[in-house]
Write a protein that binds this ligand. Structure first.
Ligand SMILES: N[C@H](CCC[C@H](N)C(=O)O)C(=O)O
Length: 281
């Protein structure tokens, strides 16, 4: 099967994206793996198939590089919004998009040349109930600084779902080496029946976080939008940051705002088209 796609990224979290509005394409795991393979395929952290929705304008079918489905992808949904606008599939500047974790509302912010520069996403309210993360722990929500051991080291995790699970760990050291060393064990830790994304966070000040991430189903990535939201929420819960924070990632910066409690998390960031192409999978 030949697929015409766009290669896109959001703060260097990169995706193969195409639309299938007649719902004729269903990708097998090996086809996703080929699309994501950085030598034998296009190369990406995940695949986004834009589909029809009966409850919103589009449905984001997000698939991790290992073929597993994820409930939500923050960087990916910004890319979807730019894709459908610039492909002429919508003219809306406020766009409802269905995901496996509900409908998200996106505001498209035009750049100086009329293309879409930044996108603001209402990511919905964070979830702290361990059963809904999900996490196998008897604990009143929110779960803050839960001791968790990996590769012989003791960490303290704050658990947040943004529709997908996140294990947020605050450290006082350079977080750069931590995803490769501890990410695989934590991703598959027995505490997480659906596995988890893992964020290592160093607090820079009350409005800036440094983040490195190991993603469920994709490994270390340059950025994770839902992870940045989870990290900013966790930092605010712990009293380390204000209600707005800039999250510094390997691939760029994301602006996160959360006014606490059941308020939605608002994420603002860019989306970039790298190239278009065709591939037989
Ligand atoms: N990169 C995505 C997260 C993908 C999440 C996926 N790895 C999972 O939850 O399984 C983001 O920007 O939110």
């Amino acid at each position: 099967m030949e697929v015409s796609f766009l290669k896109m990224h959001g703060t260097m979290n990169d995706f193969v994206i195409f639309h299938d509005l007649n719902d004729t394409v269903s990708l097998a795991g090996d086809q996703v793996a080929k699309l994501c393979d950085r030598r034998a395929g296009v190369g990406a952290d995940g695949v986004i198939v834009v589909r029809q929705s009966s409850i919103a304008d589009f449905f984001m079918d997000y698939i991790n590089a290992d073929g597993s489905l994820a409930e939500m992808c923050g960087n990916g949904i910004r890319c979807l919004a730019k894709y459908v606008y610039e492909k002429g599939l919508t003219a809306k500047m406020r766009l409802p998009v269905e995901t496996r974790s509900g409908v998200k509302i996106l505001d498209l912010i035009p750049g100086p040349d009329g293309t879409i520069g930044k996108i603001k996403v209402d990511m919905g309210a964070p979830v702290f109930d361990p059963e809904r993360i999900p996490a196998a722990v008897k604990h009143e929500p929110p779960v803050i600084d839960l001791p968790i051991e990996a590769e012989g080291r003791l960490f303290h995790a704050t658990l947040v779902s943004m529709g997908n699970p996140h294990c947020v760990i605050f450290v006082d050291e350079d977080p750069a080496p931590l995803p490769q060393r501890y990410g695989p064990s934590l991703e598959k830790h027995a505490l997480f029946p659906a596995k988890t994304n893992v964020e290592f966070i160093r607090v820079i000040d009350r409005t800036r976080l440094e983040m490195r991430v190991w993603e469920r189903g994709s490994g270390e990535t340059y950025s994770c939008g839902t992870g940045a939201c989870a990290a900013a929420v966790a930092a605010n819960l712990k009293g380390l940051t204000e209600s707005s924070a800039t999250v510094e990632l390997l691939g760029g910066e994301l602006e996160i705002e959360w006014k606490g409690s059941s308020n939605p998390v608002i994420m603002t960031g860019s989306a970039v088209v790298v190239f278009d192409g065709k591939i037989t999978i």
